[in-house]
Design a protein around this ligand. Sequence first.
Ligand SMILES: N[C@@H](CCC[C@H](N)C(=O)O)C(=O)O
Length: 282
Amino acid sequence: MSGNKLCFTKMHGCGNDYIYFNCVGDSIENPEKLAVRLSDRHKGIGGDGIVLICPSELADAKMRMFNIDGSEGKMCGNAIRCVAKYLWDREMVRKEEIHIETLSGIKTCWVHAVEGLADTVTVDMGSAVLAPAKIPVNLAGDVIVRRNTEVAGGIYDITCVSMGNPHCIVFGEDPDGLDLESLGPAFEHDPLFPERVNTEFVQVLGPNTLKMRVWERGSGETMACGTGACASAVAAVLCGSCKMGADIVVRLRGGDLVVNYTEDRVLMAGEAREIFEGSVEV
Ligand SMILES: N[C@@H](CCC[C@H](N)C(=O)O)C(=O)O
């Protein structure tokens, strides 16, 4: 499709913004390179990456997401809500349950519509994975919960969770005071994490309320991370700060997400917003 103009839709969930392409009728060559070019906030469209909405033989649609550096993420909690909105608003899929295939399995979404358009979306994110080898993190043991560890040039109590992608959670004081520009890359590229890592810096505000800042693998600091909010809520339950089965509010720079963690699944609910449509030379 090189040299062609492609239509895109800019969407965000809690400020985590991606450029969405409808690939149901047509495929995109080299999405890795396109993600790098278009995500640039000065010389491109601007975003935290790109998302392809593709046909699926197993579900209503398939989502592929690429970070700013062109790497492919196996799952994206904010993008999947926007994909459900895209399918719903355009009447491509109008079902009580929308099933979306991702690289980390098929996820079920429920749309809550206002005046016919999807407003918020709840997603069954599947189960949280805690086994270190499956996250992956190079540490021994059954789980990594508040483990005192040498990482990122310091000593931190870390909790590690996979929500289809790897997360390292660090609890502490108000994350607004942190220098994420230097801390984030140090965690992301630490040899402890063979596939790099998304890192969440979390303050417990109350019984079931967390404040979180995130450094995303492949994209840097973003306004929100859906899988990161889920991983943080799971970590807070494992650490005894939040209750299993309760609605946990995660306050992010771009808005709030509500997460409910039970042993067999993690539910996440939050907004999905369309910003504008356009076309771009590819
Ligand atoms: N923003 C996301 C996660 C995107 C993928 C991540 N950076 C990775 O490479 O694992 C979310 O909302 O979950």
